[in-house]
Ligand binder design. Structure first.
Ligand code: IMP
Length: 180
């Protein structure tokens, strides 16, 4: 069993596409350190969650951020706080006032087992647009990739091009190589 430490069932669905049905949601609230580095945040969380996970099972923690080019990477590691405080419409309005609407999503997936912690990074580049679509979660309705927002894509379509999909694919390859 592989425990995905998250309160977000959307992320678990995405992870199962790469890692199979062995992935279980583990609703554990780890202390999130304050850092500008997503990898530090995810790795620390994974170490702590592994101690709390049932048995000897490995855990994964992911930390993501939306980095807006015209805002020097804001909100980045603070995306969750900004999402709660401002909401996606106000973030979109902030970006609409700038000339450059480019942005990137980044995810770091940290995997922890008895041997330690490994981190895997994924990135997706797109544009901030007025909200469209009702799939996905978080900033998906305002993040457009190749003419379609993440919220207009199915989970499979989003995985194929998304930051989390890229990080999960790297983890899946690494697990595959290690088990040979
Ligand atoms: P967290 O690190 O997963 O907590 O994500 C930080 C913020 O980014 C939260 O507000 C999430 O809703 C949002 N977020 C994370 N991943 C995605 C995604 O794939 N699409 C849209 N928003 C996301």
């Amino acid at each position: 069993m592989l425990h995905f430490v998250t309160t977000n069932p959307g992320k678990v669905r995405e992870a199962r596409d790469y890692l199979g049905d062995d992935v279980r949601q583990f609703d554990y609230d780890y202390a999130e350190i304050q850092s500008d580095d997503l990898a530090d945040i995810a790795a620390r969380g994974a170490r702590e969650a592994r101690e709390a996970a049932p048995g000897d099972d490995p855990v994964i923690v992911d930390d993501s951020g939306l980095f807006v080019d015209a805002l020097d990477g804001f909100p980045g590691p603070y995306s969750s706080y900004v999402h709660e405080r401002l909401g996606i419409e106000r973030v979109q309005e902030l970006v609409a006032a700038e000339d450059d609407h480019g942005a990137a999503f980044e995810t770091v997936v940290a995997y922890a087992d008895g041997d330690g912690v490994e981190t895997f990074t994924g990135r997706a580049e797109g544009t901030i647009v007025s909200p469209r679509g009702d799939g996905g979660f978080g900033y998906d309705p305002i993040f457009e990739y190749g003419g379609t927002t993440f919220a207009e894509m199915t989970s499979e379509e989003k995985n194929d091009v998304s930051h989390r999909g890229a990080a999960l694919a790297k983890l899946a390859d690494w697990l595959d190589t290690r088990s040979r």
